[in-house]
Design a protein around this ligand. Structure first.
Ligand code: ZN
Length: 278
């Protein structure tokens, strides 16, 4: 299922190398412009991708302004303490089961959009985001990847002050301020990466690398996370999971985000996002 899906001006587009094709147009109206509908019908996207020829391209990739490739997920999950080194820097024991929280979908933001901090305790968290592609209930880990539409980069921006203000601490609100969920740049089908369970992930702030790890160092891998959640509730196409962040977050050394900071989040074979803080 080879495809790259982009959101351009709230319309679904396919990307081949640096060419961008409007999905409604190149499918002769078989698809609407709706990006979430394209995610749900991801299995059909590879056929259309194969049929594309350069002459029918609408834009070159550098010309377009990309929005989140999954703009309106029905459910959006986060995973706490899912890399060993990050748990250690947070002085927390490894959790016995996945720490799942809601990152409310209204926080979803574009891959090159500004982050409106609104606090002096905001922090970055580079994460692999997995996008569910079909109804998923009680799935065995060995079959879990079959239910994935694709993967992309995410930032689980977190207001630590808000997180810790409640006793006991809570995750949902502190990770869901408006603009706190950059996603993108493209939704990439998993057959376009060598091994979706082992991808290099980095985050830099103002050009300084703060986080660098591999997704193979997750405590609970993607298959386990999908299986675990699907045994509690039914996942549907377009639901997304922020799969946790490696070590190096600002909270570990008091280096929180400030207006003017530039965050670059990159995952091997997927691409990068660049978000400025205001
Ligand atoms: Zn996170």
């Amino acid at each position: 299922m080879t495809f790259k899906l982009a959101n351009v001006n709230d319309r679904a587009n396919l990307v081949v190398e640096d060419l961008v094709f409007d999905l409604e147009k190149v499918s002769n109206g078989n698809f609407s412009s709706d990006v979430m509908d394209a995610v749900a019908r991801h299995q059909e996207l590879h056929v259309i991708t194969e049929s594309l020829s350069a002459e029918s391209a609408d834009w070159a990739l550098p010309e377009v302004e990309l929005s989140a490739p999954v703009p309106h997920p029905r459910n959006s999950f986060g995973v706490g303490l899912n890399y060993r080194d990050h748990a250690a820097e947070s002085s927390m024991e490894l959790p016995p089961v996945p720490v799942i929280f809601a990152k409310y979908p209204s926080c979803i933001n574009g891959p090159f959009n500004a982050i409106d901090l609104r606090t002096d305790t905001a922090d970055y968290e580079a994460e692999l985001v997995v996008v569910i592609g079909s109804t998923t209930r009680d799935v065995n880990p060995s079959r879990a990847w079959e239910h994935v539409a694709g993967i992309t980069c995410g930032q689980d921006i977190s207001d630590r002050g808000l997180q810790m203000a409640a006793k006991p601490p809570h995750f949902g609100l502190g990770k869901s301020r408006d603009t706190y969920g950059p996603l993108g740049p493209l939704l990439v089908s998993t057959d376009l990466v060598a091994n979706p369970d082992d991808l290099k992930i980095t985050c830099s702030v103002n050009g300084e690398i703060r986080q660098a790890d591999r997704t193979s160092n997750m405590v609970f891998d993607v298959s386990y996370l999908i299986s675990y959640i699907s045994n509690v509730l039914t996942l549907e196409a377009g639901d997304i999971i922020f799969t946790g962040t490696p070590a190096g977050v600002g909270a570990a050394n008091g280096r929180f985000l400030k207006p003017g900071d530039e965050i670059v989040t990159e995952i091997e074979s997927i691409g990068f996002m660049r978000n400025n803080c205001v």
